[in-house]
Design a protein around this ligand. Structure first.
Ligand SMILES: *[C@@H]1O[C@H](CO)[C@@H](O)[C@H](O)[C@H]1NC(C)=O
Ligand SMILES: *[C@@H]1O[C@H](CO)[C@@H](O)[C@H](O)[C@H]1NC(C)=O
Ligand SMILES: *[C@@H]1O[C@H](CO)[C@@H](O)[C@H](O)[C@H]1NC(C)=O
Ligand SMILES: *[C@@H]1O[C@H](CO)[C@@H](O)[C@H](O)[C@H]1NC(C)=O
Ligand SMILES: *[C@@H]1O[C@H](CO)[C@@H](O)[C@H](O)[C@H]1NC(C)=O
Ligand SMILES: *[C@@H]1O[C@H](CO)[C@@H](O)[C@H](O)[C@H]1NC(C)=O
Ligand SMILES: *[C@@H]1O[C@H](CO)[C@@H](O)[C@H](O)[C@H]1NC(C)=O
Length: 491
């Protein structure tokens, strides 16, 4: 039963807050492969459900990330008409986490022939009509720049009733307002950060607060927000968790029935991020970094406090003061914009701020690194930058948050994540230095690449979503000859 297009919904007061929270493009993923335990794709920290050969499973009750399954890349058995709800449709190179996810995924689905209708706010940035299967339904945003849910609902109803009805609905975060979503059975919502994850970040922020600095308001707001989310999340029929950790929280703490929670990890573009050695050498050369540099560390993203840059700055400063050899031979490449870009330069000539990079340049940047470090303090969502670095064959290190240790740096490798403290980051950098001097980083990078190719490509993500959408669609169409929800390991 679907919600009547004639009925209206009331905006919940906490919704705006949630929207802001869940659309912040933020990632904290860490991955480090250890010498001792080469990562096995089937061996993770949680009790792992993995189908046996010839075993048929029902996909909606598959407890692990769908990225572990291999779906056929043949043309889809049915072309779907899909409605996508996303706050903002980004310019290709300037997208944060949620928007980048929407763009990468739905562009790929359109390439596979599906008809995609994008309900989004009309913004000043020009839209890329790169594919005839992408159709835009623009609405005027509210004064605070959010989607106007009333306008979106009206447009949706008009398209659904005057043209061919939609086969499936996909909301990026609360793009489709929850009370509008209520009772739409062929709908999935993807979460890129939920309130419960923010609790951990809030604790970290407060511990790092300077004496005399006021406690941030969010510390008292976070629990009511989580409780509010628990109440309204159930209005969405299917939930896609973008990390293993969020999958667990949605089932256990948000109490959404297991068969309505599906884990599909983010994927990044494997055509852009790959292991082209020449590109890395070229990039180093263009920055004047010597061939025999002792260690090249990279960081990318917004250079702000939330992303842990004050901590990283302090850790590097102390290390450089304490160890001249390390200082003289270490290069730190910093990609991105933000107030901390300038500050880093104070640390000396080894710090190279390369500014904000286009995807192609970013791919070269990753490839030029010995190691990628992300000191983020935001625990929400799954960070694309780690996945991009890994796909480029670069080992990654970062803060010990559950999304990271659950999906990226798993099991024993947790030893190679750091805590959000200066001493812990210093230890990690010293350890990286040692690994580099002993020539072990290349091998770690190879393992990172292997894992990323297996799990983190946009092709993996796209085929998983396509299958989920087909499954959801087939469930609402009583025709037993079209069962897309069964999956057998031998296809
Ligand atoms: C879209 O149209 C179909 C066919 O009329 C209807 O069954 C479905 O409930 C509609 N969905 C929404 C969200 O209005
Ligand atoms: C959704 O369905 C439930 C149970 O069938 C019903 O009580 C509720 O009023 C419906 N909500 C909306 C918004 O249609
Ligand atoms: C799986 O099925 C194939 C073909 O039916 C069969 O040859 C094979 O032995 C089966 N494998 C297992 C582990 O049962
Ligand atoms: C979107 O905004 C542009 C300029 O800001 C305007 O020219 C255009 O008419 C708007 N489109 C819609 C559908 O509102
Ligand atoms: C949404 O759009 C409607 C119709 O234009 C308008 O009346 C309403 O004030 C808008 N809501 C917000 C929150 O801007
Ligand atoms: C580091 O570089 C400075 C300046 O070039 C030089 O004076 C110093 O000896 C170097 N220290 C080491 C340990 O290489
Ligand atoms: C069920 O699907 C099959 C295969 O696509 C099709 O031939 C058949 O007409 C469908 N039946 C109904 C009742 O829709």
């Amino acid at each position: 039963m679907a919600k009547d297009c004639n009925s209206s919904a009331h905006l919940h007061p906490h919704l705006v807050l949630l929207f802001v929270l869940s659309t912040i493009s933020t990632f904290s993923v860490v991955y480090w492969t250890s010498q001792r335990s080469p990562a096995s794709p089937h061996c993770y920290n949680s009790p792992y459900e993995y189908p046996h050969e010839n075993q048929t499973i029902h996909l909606l009750s598959f407890a692990s990330a769908w990225n572990h399954l291999t779906f056929s890349s043949n043309p889809p058995p049915k072309l779907l008409k899909i409605a996508l709800f996303v706050k903002k449709w980004p310019h290709r190179n300037l997208a944060g986490g949620l928007e980048r996810h929407a763009l990468t995924l739905h562009h790929a689905l359109a390439m596979r022939g599906h008809e995609i209708h994008i309900f989004t706010a009309n913004s000043s940035s020009s839209l890329i009509h790169s594919n005839a299967n992408l159709h835009f339904h623009l609405t005027r945003p509210t004064k605070s720049g959010q989607l106007n849910h009333t306008l979106v609902w009206n447009q949706l109803c008009s398209e659904n009733t005057t043209a061919r009805p939609f086969d499936v609905f996909h909301s990026e975060s609360v793009g489709l307002f929850h009370s509008h979503a209520a009772n739409i059975s062929n709908l999935a919502v993807s979460w890129h950060g939920i309130g419960y994850e923010a609790i951990h970040s809030n604790i970290v922020y407060d511990l790092l607060r300077n004496p005399g600095e006021a406690q941030h308001l969010s510390i008292t707001e976070i629990l009511p927000r989580v409780i509010d989310e628990i109440k309204f999340f159930k209005d969405y029929t299917h939930h896609v968790a973008t990390s293993d950790h969020v999958g667990d929280v949605l089932k256990r703490i948000y109490m959404i029935p297991d068969e309505r929670v599906h884990i599909i990890l983010n994927g990044v573009d494997e055509d852009v991020y790959n292991v082209d050695e020449d590109r890395g050498r070229e990039f180093r050369k263009s920055l004047g970094i010597p061939e025999d540099a002792g260690l090249v560390i990279g960081m990318a993203g917004r250079l702000v406090k939330d992303k842990g840059h004050p901590l990283m700055f302090e850790a590097l400063k102390q290390l450089f003061e304490e160890d001249e050899t390390l200082r003289n031979n270490t290069y730190v490449l910093v990609a991105g914009d933000g107030p901390w870009g300038k500050r880093y330069k104070e640390l000396g000539p080894g710090i190279v701020a390369v500014g904000s990079l286009e995807q192609k340049q970013l791919a070269k940047f990753y490839k030029s690194l010995d190691v990628f470090v992300n000191p983020t303090l935001r625990a929400q969502g799954l960070d694309h930058t780690f996945q991009e670095a890994m796909l480029s064959g670069v080992p990654v290190v970062g803060t010990r948050f559950a999304s990271i240790t659950g999906s990226i740096i798993t099991g024993e490798d947790i030893r190679h994540t750091f805590l959000p403290t200066v001493p812990s980051i210093k230890n990690a950098v010293r350890w990286i230095w040692k690994e580099r001097q002993q020539g072990r980083l290349k091998e770690s990078g190879g393992r990172a690449r292997k894992k990323a190719v297996e799990l983190f490509t946009s092709a993996k993500m796209t085929l998983a979503y396509e299958r989920l959408f087909l499954c959801i669609w087939s469930q609402t169409h009583v025709n037993s000859s079209l069962d897309f929800c069964s999956f057998s390991i031998i296809q």
